[in-house]
Design a protein around this ligand. Structure first.
Ligand SMILES: Cc1cc2nc3c(=O)[nH]c(=O)nc-3n(C[C@H](O)[C@H](O)[C@H](O)COP(=O)(O)O)c2cc1C
Ligand code: SF4
Length: 678
């Protein structure tokens, strides 16, 4: 019997949770027709199989028709949800994991122009800055109908065999009633704290009436809005006590802060570069004040911090949610004594940001997450051992090396630089993005463990590669910054990557023209502004940094606004000319008819990369497939059997930015799905 605090069972009412690790509720936006079907189930079952004690499914599963999902949530108001949730629960139960679901009414945190075009409802007319819908003020019949909806949804989940439910009360309808900032009602549901809590207790009473006292019901709620006029810490502790004392609640899942803006949401769910476990102590205070089962998650990314959360008595159950997206097998690895092999969550928040902007959660550096039906988390061994030569040790090349080595192949990697990492190594030089290096280090360590050979400082040409006598060659040489986008003056500008690498010294009055919308421009701006320089970041788009996405932008904006960086949208850099000691930038607009100039001493252009593909083309003639990829086979997971040159000695592929400028996820996904079938 282990004495690891994380592996001790936890008794919640009649339910024995087999360890202290849980996945908190998070909607990856995988439902089909609002239902958790095969893909959804596979995602949770993968994590249940690996030993997580409790998976809180969904995330904001909707109880009412006037709570339309904003990111493809489960429709808990439909009866057909029972059959899908039952299948999911049954399969997770088979692996010993408990299954619950988060139910909610979003209130004003949604939009009226979704689904049935019903007005959004809230206890006041104040709109939420993020979703921007002006709500209808709830009438008594709205309140009565929604109380019934909650109880109906709870009953459906009980019928599906779930171990329990949690009700969401941070930023949603329930705590819109709680908070003086959003509740404008008079009478029984507005005014005093008693009245503002009445909606919650009416819902709990109705759920208990329908589901009985055994069914597990918890609340995930903000216990301190931490904003002027909002719920204070004292209010939060008082609410926590009342929830406990009601006898209708079985656990408290503590949140701190507020989520009505992107920045607020980012403080609740911190991203890369932000403090680890910032609200853990607060959750511990709630537990100490209530002596009641307490759950919590917020950037507890590593096992040591999770263990501390339990060992120090701050929590009963610790959530490692994104950590389980990055590595579904955390518990299995702890049990096997392989903690150091856990694929680290690097806090990139690609997962969460993407539910809004990309329509579903994907992990930046685990392409099998959410694709459990097609992509392996554990790569199977190959039938036949091959020699795989890879050129480039950036994210694409390293993933190719890792997967090839896991297949049992002999792997040789040539890398021109001293160290692995490619562009990610430069990215990680910005302290706020330092966590990114872990995605390189983890792959490198895995490769080293499996015996892959690395040749650093190796400028491989076609002869070098052919001398290795490869069966398969994978070119992952990445790209080079592309700045030749002007009608005049290309030679006068530097790239964002020149700034990041230190090849270009920051100027003192700098125009950054961002035509890629990715991190490089923001990081260059940050590095230049830190010297005290004046910086203007300009884009031809309607929004800045369109590829960076909402929450990921928060820490960068905080930094750049502090330093008075200005942002200019809908203007486009046309040309640059020298004017004495200055540069004159001429700017126009896609909307036409206007031209302006800027006097600066440095122009930085961020326009993505162009493939570094000479080696690929040099190797083409000697290959059996002439570089061709069978896309159908790639997508279906079948081996690549294209044969177009009988004299060819090896198969040749290229992946990542060596094909076209994309992002880290694309590069790693390219590698996994290609190499898993080699
Ligand atoms: C893709 C995604 C969707 C989420 N959706 C919800 C949600 O609907 N309701 C909720 O309470 N929390 C949601 N969360 C927040 C998580 O439950 C958790 O609080 C957060 O990720 C912080 O924990 P972590 O650092 O362990 O990931 C979501 C998180 C992610 C990554
Ligand atoms: S995308 Fe980033 S934050 Fe999300 S799970 Fe993956 S590594 Fe973690």
């Amino acid at each position: 019997m282990t004495n690891d605090p994380l592996l001790q069972p936890y008794q919640l009412k009649h339910l024995t949770l087999k360890n202290r690790l849980m996945i908190t509720s998070h909607e990856p936006a995988y439902p089909e027709d609002g239902m958790p079907k095969d893909r959804y189930r596979a995602y949770h079952v993968e994590r249940a199989r690996a030993g997580v004690a409790l998976t809180m499914t969904a995330g904001s599963a909707s109880v009412s028709r006037d709570s339309p999902p904003v990111f493809n949530n489960i429709l808990a108001w439909k009866d057909e949800v029972v059959v899908w949730m039952k299948q999911l629960a049954d399969e997770c139960h088979d692996h010993g994991s408990a299954v619950m679901i988060q139910l909610t009414h979003l209130g004003r945190r949604t939009r009226w122009d979704k689904a049935d075009w019903l007005p959004v409802v809230s206890p006041g007319h104040e709109r939420e800055p993020s979703h921007k819908a002006f709500p209808k003020k709830a009438e008594e019949w709205d309140i009565a109908r929604i109380i019934t909806d909650y109880a109906d949804a709870a009953e459906r989940m009980q019928a599906a065999g779930l171990d329990g439910i949690e009700l969401q009360a941070y930023g949603h309808l329930m705590d819109q009633f709680w908070s003086p900032l959003t509740n404008d009602l008079d009478g029984p549901y507005g005014g005093s704290l008693d009245n503002r809590l009445r909606f919650t207790f009416d819902i709990l009473s109705e759920i208990r009436k329908r589901c009985g006292s055994d069914f597990i019901v918890g609340l995930r709620y903000t216990a301190d809005e931490d904003m002027p006029g909002g719920l204070t810490r004292t209010d939060g502790i008082e609410i926590s006590r009342r929830l406990k004392d009601s006898g209708m609640v079985d656990f408290l899942n503590v949140i701190k802060d507020h989520i009505e803006t992107d920045a607020g949401l980012t403080d609740v769910i911190p991203v890369q570069g932000m403090r680890s476990a910032p609200h853990l102590d607060f959750a511990g205070e709630v537990r100490a004040a209530t002596q009641f089962p307490t759950f919590h998650a917020a950037k507890i990314q590593d096992v040591a911090t999770a263990r501390h959360a339990i060992a120090s008595g701050k929590l009963d159950m610790v959530g490692m949610t994104r950590a389980h997206m990055a590595d579904p097998h955390i518990v299995a690895k702890i049990l096997r004594g392989e903690e150091d092999r856990i694929r680290p969550c690097v806090g990139a928040n690609y997962c969460l940001d993407r539910i809004y902007q990309g329509g579903m959660a994907l992990c930046l550096h685990n392409p099998a997450t959410g694709r459990e039906l097609e992509q392996p988390h554990d790569v199977p061994a190959a039938d036949e051992k091959r020699r795989v030569v890879i050129i480039g040790a950036g994210p694409a090349g390293l993933e190719a090396a890792r997967v090839a080595a896991a297949r049992g192949h002999e792997v040789i990697v040539h890398e021109a630089a001293n160290d692995p990492g490619g562009q990610v190594r430069l990215t990680a030089q910005t302290p706020r993005r330092a966590e990114m290096i872990q995605l390189i280090q983890w792959r490198f360590d895995e490769c080293a463990r499996m015996g892959a050979t690395f040749r650093f400082n190796s400028f491989a040409d076609a002869d070098t590669v052919q001398a290795d006598a490869p069966d398969v060659v994978i070119v992952a040489t990445g790209g080079l910054p592309h700045t030749e986008v002007l009608t005049k003056g290309d030679e006068l500008v530097v790239s964002a990557w020149d700034i990041l690498s230190g090849d270009a010294v920051p100027g003192s009055n700098v125009l950054i023209y961002d035509d890629a919308g990715d991190y490089a421009a923001l990081q260059a701006a940050e590095k230049i502004a830190a010297t005290g320089a004046r910086v203007e970041l300009m884009t031809r788009d309607r929004n800045i940094s369109s590829e960076v996405m909402a929450m990921s932008l928060t820490p960068a904006m905080r930094e750049l606004q502090q330093r008075d960086v200005t942002f200019t949208v809908t203007w486009k850099l046309d040309s640059v000319t020298r004017d004495g000691n200055h540069l004159r930038a001429t700017i126009g607009s896609d909307y036409g008819g206007v031209t302006r100039t800027r006097e600066v001493d440095q122009v930085v252009v961020n326009h993505g990369t162009r493939p570094l593909d000479d080696l690929y083309f040099d190797l083409l003639a000697g290959s059996s497939n002439l570089g061709e990829v069978d896309y159908d086979a790639l997508i279906s997971g079948a081996p690549q059997i294209v044969s177009r040159n009988s004299a060819g000695l090896y198969k040749l592929f290229r992946i990542g930015d060596a094909v076209a400028a994309r992002n880290t996820h694309a590069a790693i996904y390219d590698a996994l799905r290609l190499v898993k079938a080699i």
